[in-house]
Design a protein around this ligand. Structure first.
Ligand code: AGP
Length: 613
């Protein structure tokens, strides 16, 4: 979704802002723009399409100034075009604004402003913000006061940044609701802001994060925070450990490929330090979980969107298996409107890589409002989903740049496995022997993932056989049913092949009608509780002429007799098999998409953080 980068200091703002926007390209966008203030005037460049177009424009028409703001736009109101690209200048030419989010009441505000004689130059909702700020920005009023007044009139969720040539050393930013975060980076005699930390990590690791209903004023000397009613507030400063180099592609062709390969490390980091392999004891201190809390939990609801929701579905089975607590999975965009029934002993767990997904944050707000205990599983430290929860588990994946989640899918699987173990230990549903067994199985996962990654070439061969298909059915059962959903999602988002994930047992109740020579079936068939049932479903697909690709346990002799292609994984406990089975499916989607010439890291229409509803 939209990306924002701002700078104020003593250096030229343009290269800092453009480099920051470059780091946010992965979020998805269709146009870009930048504004600086120089010699008391606002200077603006905008262009449609890739950031390269804006960079070319800036090269031919350079921008000076040591204060600036840039934006990559993901169209919500008005087509992708130069006139709709941000920043938007007000009628006086004195104020410029960028926004991330949606102004829900923009039509009524626009009508009001038009009635006042204001002319509009774009179709965006954002333009109303700059005109409203100008309405209040009369003599003796500061920019922050005018922004506060204007924001009081908006409905919706927004992150806004405003600059004024009347106060040329000042960046004002404010946040309403959950439409994207604002990270404020603290430098030496310079300040940065960004919708996502990677944009400014090159310059500083010291960050504070804007809460909803807060406004910040940034100058070269520092920052102040206040609420939208003008009361001073303080925020905790975070030291961010992420390394900017880890957000580079390195030797890999795409971020997605790099991130698939990083899973040996990300899983090692996620598991190590939290698990005593000898005793099987689990440590998750940031969750603030005591034996008393664990014993009193009456129900768990896991919420999230897309890939995160699929991780939650695996988590449900693991927690019910190890801790014997009933678990539901609720899609976040539905949960918020479902009038959820929770008690103070209900735990709501939100899973979110970015920690900024608007639907997930809204679900968290709803859960909190209704009195549930709130935990989150997040990758981005300092994100809203981490801050508003009563406790959290970090994914420890490092920055994930590819829009299609890979390492930020397997890390929460490991986190939820650890959580299931911990709950089982605190509730007495796991014996010491079972704890040790589960600990050993999990500890072996990174090594086994490494073994699977070494087989990438053979997965690429299978991808060659599938690259021309138009439809595909993914089947799984039990703990691997969500992996069928996730495999299908991964294929469709980056290769644009229509793919459906299905519980294998449901195939005969409808989807089997689709199976023919043109409809391959990809089945997850490890040697687990559901193995025999999966075999008969494979036979049924094969009998209809569909090509069968199967995820199979090393040494299995039965599945290869039915399947046309095998994707091998090492033997493991069924509880860890979703992590292992995900790896060849990620590689398969990746190679199919590359062979089809798709933009793997930035697939069309998609955004990395979905910060609007
Ligand atoms: C994953 O490949 C997708 N891009 C998408 O489904 C994603 O998982 C979803 O938007 C949730 O994102 P989050 O984890 O940042 O909340």
């Amino acid at each position: 979704m939209c990306g924002i980068v701002g700078y104020v200091g003593n250096r030229l703002a343009t290269p800092i802002v453009l480099n920051g926007l470059k780091r946010l390209e992965y979020r998805g966008y269709d146009s870009a723009g930048i504004a600086t203030i120089h010699a008391g005037k606002i200077d603006l460049r905008r262009d449609v399409g890739k950031l390269r177009n804006l960079q070319n424009l800036v090269e031919s028409q350079p921008l000076s100034g040591t204060i600036g703001v840039g934006h990559t736009r993901w169209a919500t109101h008005g087509e992708p075009s130069t006139r709709n690209a941000h920043p938007h200048l007000g009628g006086t030419g004195e104020v410029v604004v960028v926004q991330n989010g949606i102004v829900e009441n923009y039509l009524e505000l626009k009508e009001e402003l038009i009635a006042e004689g204001i002319g509009f130059r774009s179709d965006t909702d954002t333009e109303v913000i700059v005109h409203l700020i100008e309405r209040f920005y009369v003599a003796d009023v500061s920019l922050e006061q005018a922004v506060r007044q204007a924001l009081k009139l908006l409905r919706g969720s927004n992150a806004v940044v405003a600059l004024s040539s009347r106060e040329p050393g000042k960046l004002v930013t404010a946040r309403l609701g959950n439409a994207g975060g604002v990270a404020i980076g603290i430098g030496q005699e310079e300040m940065f802001l960004a919708s996502d930390m990677p944009a400014i990590l090159d310059h500083t690791r010291r960050m504070v994060f804007l809460e909803s209903g807060w406004l910040a004023v940034l100058t070269a000397q520092g920052y102040t925070l206040q609420t939208l009613s003008g009361q001073a507030v303080r925020a905790q400063e975070h030291q961010i450990a992420w390394d900017p180099v880890s957000a580079e592609k390195g030797e890999y062709k795409h971020f997605m490929q790099k991130e698939i390969h990083e899973q040996v490390r990300s899983l090692t980091d996620t598991i190590g330090g939290r698990l005593d392999q000898e005793s099987g004891a689990v440590m998750l201190p940031s969750l603030n979980l005591t034996a008393e809390i664990a014993q009193n939990i009456d129900r768990i609801i896991i919420t999230g969107c897309g890939t995160a929701a699929h991780a939650g579905m695996v988590g449900k089975i693991l927690i019910e298996n190890m801790a014997r607590i009933p678990v539901e999975v609720a899609i976040a965009s539905e949960f918020r409107y479902a009038e959820p029934i929770v008690t103070p002993n209900t735990v709501v767990i939100a899973i979110s890589q970015s920690g900024e997904t608007a639907d997930t944050l809204a679900a968290m707000d709803e859960a909190k409002k209704r009195g549930a205990r709130l935990w989150s599983v997040v990758n981005v430290i300092g994100s809203a989903a981490m801050r508003i929860a009563d406790g959290y588990i970090a994914m420890l994946s490092g920055p994930e740049i590819g829009v299609a989640s890979t390492k930020a899918f397997t890390a929460p699987l490991a986190d939820l496995y650890l959580l299931a173990m911990l709950l089982g230990q605190l509730r007495g549903t796991l014996t010491a022997e079972q704890s040790r067994y589960f600990a050993i199985e999990l500890a072996q996962v990174p090594f086994k993932v490494g073994q699977i990654l070494e087989r990438e070439k053979s997965v690429e061969q299978v991808a060659k056989a599938l690259k021309e298909i138009s439809h595909c059915l993914y089947l799984g059962r039990g703990v691997n049913m969500p992996i069928a959903y996730e495999g299908a999602l991964k294929l469709k988002e980056i290769s644009y092949i229509h793919a459906e994930g299905y519980p294998a047992g449901e195939m005969k109740h409808g989807p089997i009608a689709l199976v023919d020579r043109q409809m391959p079936v990809i089945a997850i068939v490890p040697q687990d509780l559901w193995y025999e049932k999966m075999l008969s479903q494979l036979e049924q697909a094969k009998a209809r002429g569909g090509a069968v690709v199967a995820v199979v346990t090393d040494g299995d002799e039965r599945v290869p007799q039915i399947a046309d292609y095998a994707l091998w994984i090492p033997a493991c406990a069924w509880q860890v098999s979703p992590i292992l089975a995900s790896i060849p499916l990620q590689l398969l989607s990746y190679h199919v998409a590359v062979l089809r010439g798709c933009d793997v890291d930035q697939p069309r229409n998609l955004a990395k953080s979905v910060t609007v509803e």
